[in-house]
Design a binder for this molecule. Structure first.
Ligand code: SF4
Length: 84
């Protein structure tokens, strides 16, 4: 019979890596929806992540077992490193 601690450890290990990640990769947006939850007032000085850093991040997430990445913002299609 397993103790509660053994069960908790097992469950925590199973949930360490999320299957999906929402990456708020760009804070700017060309809309101003009233219902918007993407408020980034406290991030005004945050620089855009360099392209090679973004690629490294994606590789790290994939290596960790993340299966799905949602690019969100703001408007991710305005990101200077994403070609439209
Ligand atoms: S981030 Fe989405 S919800 Fe917010 S203003 Fe832009 S389009 Fe609208």
């Amino acid at each position: 019979m397993q103790s509660q601690n053994e069960n908790r450890t097992s469950n925590e290990e199973e949930t360490k890596t999320p299957t999906a990640v929402n990456w708020h990769c760009y804070k700017a947006c060309n809309y101003a929806c009233e219902f918007c939850y993407a408020r980034f007032e406290d991030l005004k000085a945050t620089p855009v992540m360099a392209a090679n850093e973004g690629c490294q991040l994606l590789e790290m997430l994939a290596s960790a077992g993340v299966e799905k990445i949602n690019f969100v913002g703001g408007e991710p299609m305005l990101h200077p490193h994403i070609e439209t």
